[in-house]
Structure formats: structure tokens, C-alpha cells
Design a protein around this ligand. Sequence first.
Ligand code: MN
Length: 373
Amino acid sequence: MGAFLDKPLTEKLLESGEGNGLKYGVASMQGWRLEMEDAHMAKTQLGEGELKNWSYFAVFDGHAGAGVSKHCASHLLEAIMATDEFQEDTKKGIHNGFLELDNQMRSLPELSSGEDRSGTTAVCAFISPRLIYIANCGDSRAVLCRQGEPVFSTQDHKPGLPTELDRIVKAGGSVMISRVNGSLAVSRALGDYDYKNVEGRGPCEQLVSPEPDIFVRDRDDKQDEFLVLACDGVWDVMSNEDLCQYIHNRLLVTENLNEVTSQVIDTCLYKGSRDNMSIVLVVFPGAPTPTAEAIEAEKELDATIERRIREIVQQENDIEWGNLVMKLKALGLEGLPPGGGLASKGTLMMKIYSELCPKQADSVIIIDSFPRN
Ligand code: MN
């Protein structure tokens, strides 16, 4: 909801690292929104002994402010690890850590006074040498990819889902225009204490629940390629299949994970996302690696795009951006990255267009200039 900027803020926050045989890349962008409310965390080596071999990754998509999402990015891991259960029964520890943090945050001054009414989704993963634990609360999403295809995805907690609707109605609320009480678009979140005050009902029986769904999967280092955690600003414009195919394809042309995550975010912007965007990409040992053939093909594709744009602009030197996109599209260029399509070349196209038609490029509004494919 809410208002938008006249122009998107396209500066990206990038982060990368490795440890425990994993590599990760993070990218986030404020985009069209007035504020940046997303937050994230990535950490390898969670402690001493066995925990040295464990890693943690998380994405938080805040709403009505960034207070709760920021706090969760800094404190969810420690809240989970501080539970008595974490070392013996990891699943239970994760569950109780979510509830514990939600309960603790409630008494922070800004939140208890009602000055801060924000809330956040949370999707996180613990990766041990043998297992992947994924916990989800809200509509951010985790997707595991094998051989370029999604083999697992979390289920978004939307108010219209039967189990969610049932809880909301029992708590005296309703779902209108797919929102809790006609207002909140997610049915589970941390924070959002305005929706957690129904007397006589436990913390997981309120209008909005902090309870995560938790999934456990065996690792398969031969087949597992990567795990993606991302907020709805990404998933709104790319399906699980699209994103898996696109990232698989990008890993064939670069091993720089910031280049990969950066390209994902740019592609989502060109595909028309108007939300804050965040992605954490965790790459397993079984992921594809760059091949000379794919790198060469990519170079050729970029050169072809540049040549085509020059030809088009030569014929019509005051061409509008939208028309240029349509003309390129009509050419049916071969070898565009699967899942990314022409939009994944938006940044390159804009760079060339700005050189050739600086005046027009200046006033371009890129929103919806790429038809979805
Ligand atoms: Mn969002």
C-alpha cells in the first residue's frame, strides 16, 4: 500500500561471503517505495563445536515502518539459539525462538507505546552439514533449486488460505480484499501488535500469528544447486520456475554472486516490481559453474542487442523507450536468459539508449515498459 516515488531508488546494497562449503550473495533495493523496510542477515559459523559448521540466512519484509524488520534481522538468530530446545530439537528451538522474540519485542518502548506499529515477515534457513531447516512466517519465500528447477518452496501465509481464514474468524476478525480486517496483506508476521490483542486467545490464535511453518530437508550435495530467500517484491514478478532457471543460467556465466543477485534485482525492476526487493542466494557445492561456451554466448547476445538498438535508433532517432522495447521484442532475439527474458537485459538496453538518446532516456519511466513474458 502507500505512495510511490517519482523515480525508483536503484542503488543496491550488496553483500557476499562464504563458509562451511557454502557461498552466498545478497542484494537489496528500495525501488519505487518511499522507504526501505526490508532487512536481511547472513552468517556462517554460528558458534563453537558442532555449530561452527552451521550457517543462517534470513530475509525480513517490513510493513508500516522498518523498526520491527530491522530488530528481527539483528535478533532473531540469537533468540532462536538462546532457546533451551535449539541444540536438542532444532525445529522446536526455531519455533520457540520466533514466539519468544515476538513476545520480547512487544515490551520495547517504541512498540509498547504504539509509536511504532510496524511488523515484518520472516523467512530463514539454518544449514547444517546434513540438513536444511527452513522457517517461514508471512509472504516472503524460500525456494530450493535442483538442476535448474524448484524442488521445494515455502507456502505464503495469505489471509485467504483456509487455515489462516479460520484462525482470523475465530479471533473475531474478517478477511476483506484479501487482507486481515481489510487492511493487512499477510496473516502471519512478527510485530503488528495491533492485531494481537484478542483476549483469551494464545499468541498463535490471534488475528496475526508469529508462528512459523518449519520444514526440514536432507541435503544432497550432488543435486542441490542453491537456495533462494526473497521477499514478495521479487516473487510478484518472477515465478519460482523463472527465478530458478534465471539464476541457474547466471551461474553458468559468472561466479560472482553479487553480479547474480544484482542482476536478479534489476530484472525484477524492469519486470515492473514496485516494492522493496531483497534476495539472499545461498549456493551449494553442486551448483553449476561458468563455462567458456555460456560466457561466449552471453557476449554475443549483448553485442547483438547493442547492434540492434543502434540500427533501430538510426532509423528512428527520437524513438521512445517503450517503442524501442517493443521493437526489440518483436525481433524475437534468440538466447535470452530463460526466466529473465528481455527484461533481464533492461539495464544493458538502458545504458545504450542513454548514450544514443540522452534526452529521451532522461525522462523514461521504466515501469511496465516490458510486457510480462
Ligand atoms: Mn514487500
